[in-house]
Structure formats: C-alpha cells, structure tokens
Design a binder for this molecule. Structure first.
Ligand code: ATP
Ligand code: HMH
Length: 280
C-alpha cells in the first residue's frame, strides 16, 4: 500500500451563511486544489448575496481553542487569515501562529464586505500591522485596504508600488495589491512585490456583478498552492487562473452579488481550456 503525502491548509476566518465568501469559499478552494482544508471560525455572519444582515463574533478563547486543537494534533502546511474582526482576536491568532511556527501565512486583510458592512473594527488595524504582518508570507489587500493600512492615497501604479514597499517594511515577505476594484474596463491587474522586485498578474476583466468572495477565494488559492510546496510566483499564477475561471463561469445564485464558481478551474483543466491570464 502506498500512502501519498497529504497537504493541509488552515483558514482562520468568518462564516458566510450564503456560502460565497469567508470560510465556505476558503474550504471549497482548498478542496478544489487538492489540499485538506481545516478551519477556525472567528465570527458567524448572517449573510447572503444582498449583504451582511448580522455579525456574531466568537470569543477570543473560542478562536484560540480551535487553533490549539489543530496545533496539538494535526498541524498545517499553510494558513490563510480572512475576517478577524477585532484586535483581541488578531493578537490571539498571531500568538498561536508564532507558537506553532506555522509556515506559509497568507493574510487577506478583510475590512469591509462588498455591501459596506464592517468586518474589522477600526482600532484593530494597528494590531494587524504590528502583530500579523511580521508573520506573513504574503498579504493581499485590495486598493481600499492598502490605503487604510498605509495611510496613502493610491491613484497611480507608482502609488501601488509605494504602498507595497510600506507594507513590506512591517515585515511581510511579500505584498499583492489587487486590482479588482479599479476602473480599468479591459484588465484586472494585481501587483506582487517580494521585497526585491515587482511582477504583475493580468487577467481579462469580466463585466459582472457576481464577484462576492473573489478576495477570499484568491487568497485561499495562494495558500493552497504554497501548502503543496509551490514558490510564491507560481502559487499566485495558479491562483490568478483559478479566480479568473471562477469569475468567468458565473453562477446565478441569489438576487444580489452572486458567488464565484469554485469548480470552474478544475472543469477547465479537465477540458484543457486556457484562461485569459498572463504574467509580466
Ligand atoms: N471583474 C473581474 N474580472 C476579472 N478579475 C477580477 C474581477 N474582479 C476581481 N478580479 C480579480 O479577483 C481577485 C480578487 O480581487 P478583488 O480586488 O476583487 O478582491 P477583494 O476586493 O478583496 O474581494 P472581496 O470583495 O471578496 O473582499 C484579483 O485577482 C482581482 O484582480
Ligand atoms: C465572512 C466574510 N469574510 C470575508 C468577506 C469578504 O468578501 C465576507 N463578505 N464575509
């Protein structure tokens, strides 16, 4: 009998009852990319494609206890953090990541849901910067999140580069500034900074309102690829193809901003189709 090595990834994030973002998006992505998924819940949201109706944070002790359960028995090859909600939870998460020396930490600094609901308290931003960034293999802010984290106004490519450098200075090994929210009607461009040089990942922009959970899905795909041993550049390339397929092959679910299609990438691989993504 042969036993194949099982690669594992842990998401530390909030639950989205609607299934498109949060823990649900993360676990679906891990599964599709062939990684054993685990989760520690930081909050439960009552949420659908129309918005967030309510947020119920977990106690800090409950978050820490979930992480201890995983750390004492199973371990992980990568960690992805999403909605962390408050400073106390951030401090507890950072302490456990340090204690268990978990590798490949991908930080998605979730702040605001697409409908405008706050998923991170304002006073928690400082904790994110000082506690979590030094542990990050990569942090993946969108433009708005990068502005809040750096205090910069980001308009130009050079602004994005400056923001990336500033976030790297907090100790993150790499930074990806995502371009999903930009006005470019043709392309969705993400900028990667690894502390030395910049790379861009360019996807064909899809005209759609169904982008609920794109950020969660993208960062989870990066974590899954890192868990399997990919280098960051390859991991981001695969994640970009994964999110491109997930946005292109839309699902008609709900009456608002629908979710992405988590099985589109594997379906494409089976059919050997190419996604509209290139790396420069
Ligand atoms: N309409 C689109 N067409 C193609 N790619 C897109 C589109 N919207 C977002 N992306 C890509 O999806 C990924 C996630 O980026 P996005 O900026 O949407 O994250 P986010 O704002 O953090 O998401 P969320 O709202 O889920 O938190 C990036 O690679 C981005 O370029
Ligand atoms: C639980 C949760 N995490 C993250 C996001 C951001 O998309 C969301 N809408 N809900």
């Amino acid at each position: 009998m042969t036993t194949n090595r099982v690669y594992k990834a842990l998401t530390i994030a909030g639950s989205d009852s609607g299934g498109g973002a949060g823990i649900q998006a993360d676990l679906k992505t891990f599964q599709e990319l062939g990684v054993f998924g685990m989760s520690a819940l930081t909050a439960i949201t009552a949420q659908n494609t129309l918005g967030v109706q309510a947020v119920y944070p977990m106690s800090t002790e409950a978050v820490a206890e979930q992480l201890r359960s995983i750390g004492e028995d199973i371990g992980t090859d990568a960690v992805k953090t999403g909605m962390l909600f408050n400073a106390e939870i951030i401090e507890a998460v950072a302490a456990q990541i340090r204690y268990y020396r978990w590798p490949n930490v991908v930080i998605d600094p979730v702040m605001i849901a697409k409908g405008g609901a706050s998923l991170l308290q304002q006073e928690a931003v400082q904790a994110l910067l000082t506690e979590l960034l030094p542990l990050a293999a990569v942090i993946t802010p969108n433009i708005l999140e990068a502005e809040v984290l750096t205090g910069l106004t980001i308009r130009s490519f050079e602004d994005k580069q400056e923001a990336a450098r500033k976030l790297a200075a907090y100790g993150a090994k790499a930074v990806i500034i995502k371009g999903g929210h930009e006005a470019d009607p043709v392309e969705a461009v993400d900028l990667l900074y690894d502390g030395i040089s910049f790379d861009t990942f360019i996807g064909t922009r899809i005209k759609t309102k169904n982008t609920h959970g794109t950020g969660c899905t993208y960062s989870s795909a990066i974590a899954a690829e890192l868990a399997k041993g990919s280098r960051l550049l390859e991991a981001v390339q695969t994640a970009k193809q994964y999110i491109q397929a997930a946005i292109e092959e839309q699902l008609e679910i709900g009456h608002g901003h629908g979710p992405t299609n988590h099985w589109a990438y594997q379906r494409r691989l089976r059919h050997q189709e190419q996604g509209g993504v290139r790396t420069v």
